[in-house]
Structure formats: structure tokens, C-alpha cells
Write a protein of this length. Structure first.
Length: 193
């Protein structure tokens, strides 16, 4: 098996458990457990984002596109960052822990595109790099909001702190990636089947 294969259901479950446990330990002031990759997929060197929702609302989201450490440790690092370092939100408090839902996006490598028509809404995430800023939106964001390709590009520009049409600028590089997205809610639903 290679590191570009999809994760197994058990690997996804273990990553979600690791993220949840890490967030809980960190928020309660304990040491973050240093987990070892006991399954093959947990050792993959892949980028990942951890997204935290509270009562259906975004509560934190941070990630890395690449990583030189095992995936389980990247997920732990991003879980701590999403819970305490997302500049849009105050750190998660212990009182919120029971209301949180965790979602993980494990990323493919970034790929530059020549034509925006290559972007498949719902499949690709967008990373915009400009001399004046950079911004990223995960693939699921466009789907959640019902955006078309142009709206997705505009919102990625806005996320970068740029004007919404920055993607038309020849100095702007547009890269795409895919993500394997799974959350605690998905596992609950699978358990009910």
C-alpha cells in the first residue's frame, strides 16, 4: 500500500479520536499525548486541516499543506492550533468541550492550474498565492455554501485579504488540492447503519 491510498475507516476513526483527545487534554491544561502511528495510514506524511464546530458553527480551523511528520502527529498539532490559535476565535474553553464536533481534512499535494476551468467545485480546494497575500478554502466550503466556481474563487481571494477578483491577476498563482474529509458526525452515522 502506498501513502496516496485512501485512509481506511479504522484509520479515520483513530485520527478523530486522536484529535478529540488532544483537544481535550490541551484545553484542560494537561500534556498533549504523543501518539504513535500504530496503523499504516497514521504514519503517512500528508498535510491536514482540523476543523472544530460548536453547535453547527465554525469554532476553529487550522492546517498545513505538507508535513514531514506522521499524519497522526500532524492532526494532533493542527487540533491544538484550531482549538487555541485560530485568530478569528478565542481559545476553546473547558465548558465548550462537550458541544464540539471535530472534522479532519487529509490533503493531497498542491497542484498549480493554468485555467480556472480545471477547478471542480466540491472536489478541489483552492489555494491562492499573490505577492500581497495568500488564502485557502477547503473543498467542502464551496459545497456547504452552494457556490459556483467564480464565487469560490472570489471568497478565496477575500480570505487572503485581497479584492474578490484577484484571481484574474496574472501575478496570482492558483493551486488546487483534494481532501479526504471525515468527521465525528460521519462516524456516528456509520455506527447507526
Amino acid at each position: 500500500m502506498t501513502s496516496d491510498r485512501p485512509l481506511t475507516p479504522e484509520e479515520k476513526r483513530r485520527l478523530l479520536q486522536a484529535a478529540r483527545r488532544t483537544i481535550e487534554e490541551h484545553v484542560q491544561g494537561g500534556p498533549v499525548p504523543r501518539l504513535k502511528p500504530e496503523l499504516e495510514g497514521l504514519g503517512f506524511r500528508r498535510g491536514a486541516f482540523v476543523t472544530i464546530h460548536r453547535r453547527g458553527q465554525l469554532r476553529g480551523c487550522i492546517g498545513n499543506f505538507v508535513s514531514d511528520q506522521p499524519l497522526i502527529n500532524t492532526v494532533q498539532e493542527m487540533a491544538v492550533a484550531a482549538a487555541s490559535h485560530d485568530p478569528r476565535f478565542p481559545p476553546v474553553s473547558p465548558a465548550e468541550l462537550e458541544e464540539l464536533e471535530v472534522e479532519i481534512s487529509v490533503l493531497s499535494p498542491l497542484r498549480p492550474i493554468k485555467d480556472v476551468n480545471e477547478i471542480q467545485v466540491g472536489t478541489h480546494g483552492i489555494y491562492i498565492v499573490s505577492p500581497r497575500g495568500r488564502g485557502v478554502l477547503l473543498p467542502q466550503v464551496a459545497t456547504e455554501y452552494g457556490w459556483d466556481r467564480e464565487t469560490f474563487l472570489q471568497h478565496t481571494c477575500l480570505k487572503a485579504g485581497l479584492n474578490p477578483d484577484c484571481w484574474k491577476d496574472p501575478d496570482v498563482e492558483i493551486l488546487v488540492f483534494t481532501a479526504e474529509v471525515f468527521g465525528e458526525k460521519d462516524l456516528e452515522e456509520q455506527g447507526q447503519d
